[in-house]
Design a protein around this ligand. Structure first.
Ligand code: GRF
Length: 205
C-alpha cells in the first residue's frame, strides 16, 4: 500500500476528500501522517477522527526555511511516505523537499494555472484576482511541485463558470468542490504511475 504524507495549515477539506476517497475504495493508499505548521487547526481534528498520526511542525521554531523544511522531510521519512500532498499548506518550502521526493510532491491551487498563480496568490487573493480580471471560467489545478511557485507540471484540472453575481467567497466555494474531486484523481494517477512527464505536460503513458 502506498503511503501519503499530507501537509496542511487549516480546515483540511482537501485532506478529508483524500480520506473519503480512500475509504470508498476510489484511491488505494494510506495516509501515513498529517503534518500541520499550526496547532489547533481543524485538519488535525480530522486526522484524529480517523486515527491518522499527526505532527505539528511550526515554522516559528526554525531559523530558516531550509531548517523548517528539513524537519518536515525527516518526519516524512520517519513515516516512510511515498508521496507528499500539500493540501492548503500555506508556507513556502525549501527545495530540500523536492530533492528528497523528486516528482513526488503534489500541490493543489484554487485557479487554472498558469494563470493566477505565483507569489501572493493564495486564498481569497486568487478569487479576487480572477473576478477582477473578468475571466468567465476558473477552477482548480493539481500540479507537481518544482522549485518555482505554482509552475510545475499539471496533473489534473477542473473548471467552474464565474457567474456575474459571484463574489470571492461564492467562487471559492465552487472551486473547492472541484478541488475535492480532482485531488484524489491526481493522487491516483501519480501513485498508479500511468503517466510520463514531458516538459510541463503530464501525459498518460
Ligand atoms: C484550498 O482552496 C486550496 O486550494 C488552498 O487552500 C485551500 C485549503 O482548503 N491552497 P482546505 O484546508 O483543504 O479545506
Amino acid at each position: 500500500m502506498k503511503r501519503i504524507g499530507v501537509l496542511v495549515s487549516g480546515g483540511g477539506s482537501n485532506l478529508q476528500a483524500l480520506i473519503d476517497s480512500i475509504r470508498n475504495g476510489e484511491l488505494s493508499a494510506e495516509i501515513a501522517v498529517v503534518i500541520s505548521n499550526k496547532e489547533g487547526v481543524y485538519a488535525l481534528e480530522r486526522a484524529k477522527q480517523y486515527d491518522i498520526p499527526s505532527r505539528v511542525i511550526s515554522h516559528k521554531d526554525y531559523a530558516t526555511v531550509a531548517d523548517f523544511t528539513a524537519a518536515i522531510v525527516s518526519c516524512l521519512k520517519e513515516f516512510d511516505v511515498d508521496l507528499v500532498c500539500l493540501a492548503g499548506f500555506l508556507r513556502i518550502l525549501d527545495r530540500v523537499l523536492i530533492d528528497a521526493y523528486p516528482n513526488r510532491v503534489l500541490n493543489i491551487h484554487p485557479a487554472l494555472l498558469p494563470a493566477f498563480g505565483g507569489k501572493g496568490m493564495y486564498g481569497h487573493h486568487v478569487h479576487e484576482a480572477v473576478i477582477a480580471s473578468g475571466a468567465k471560467y476558473s477552477g482548480a489545478t493539481v500540479h507537481l511541485v518544482t522549485p518555482e511557485t505554482d509552475v510545475g507540471p499539471i496533473v489534473c484540472q477542473g473548471i467552474v463558470e464565474v457567474a456575474d453575481e459571484d463574489t470571492p467567497e461564492t467562487l471559492a466555494a465552487k472551486v473547492l468542490q472541484v478541488e475535492h474531486r480532482i485531488y484524489p484523481q491526481a493522487v491516483r494517477l501519480i501513485l498508479e504511475g500511468g503517466y510520463r512527464i514531458d516538459g510541463l505536460r503530464v501525459r498518460r503513458a
